[in-house]
Design a protein. Structure first.
Length: 152
């Protein structure tokens, strides 16, 4: 993360200023959601990676994630024209601070809840979304399009 380094080092004002430069690229409802809230403490329900390769389309990969927001509503986050992504998930890192060898909830939380994220521009057309989950999993998604849709 560039601005949300750790709990003692948050450069929130600077982050919001840089993120604001890409909000105009997003659909109005997505920009509004990001301006007013976040998925913090939302439960990751599923992640789908879709490859629409046909030999003609550039960056044919799409990632879709369903999240149950803390308010109970279900949302779908969609990243399109993905040109680079990684998911670093190792359940053995999800341990209690005072018991470094004891996995939280015995690993039954899986990916767990959304912790913090940064959505920042890479250039005038592309963006990078870094997401940290409570399970200590980290996602990096580089794409040209990001959208949030309320499902229920």
């Amino acid at each position: 993360m560039k601005y949300l380094i750790d709990e003692d080092h948050w450069h929130l004002t600077e982050y919001l200023e840089e993120r604001a430069t890409l909000l105009s690229r997003l659909k109005p409802k997505t920009a509004e959601f990001l301006a007013k809230g976040s998925f913090h403490d939302g439960k990751v329900l599923d992640i789908h990676i879709i490859n629409k390769s046909n030999g003609k389309k550039k960056d044919p990969t799409t990632i879709k994630m369903k999240i149950r927001h803390w308010n109970g509503k279900i949302y779908q986050a969609t990243w399109k024209k993905v040109y680079k992504f990684s998911i670093d998930f190792d359940i053995t890192r999800n341990v209690y601070a005072n018991k470094p060898h004891k996995i939280v909830f015995k690993g039954k939380g899986g990916l767990d809840e959304w912790g913090y994220d940064e959505l920042l521009p890479v250039d005038e057309k592309r963006m990078h979304h870094e997401i940290h989950l409570h399970s200590q999993a980290v996602l990096h998604i580089y794409c040209s399009s990001f959208k949030i849709k309320k499902l229920s």
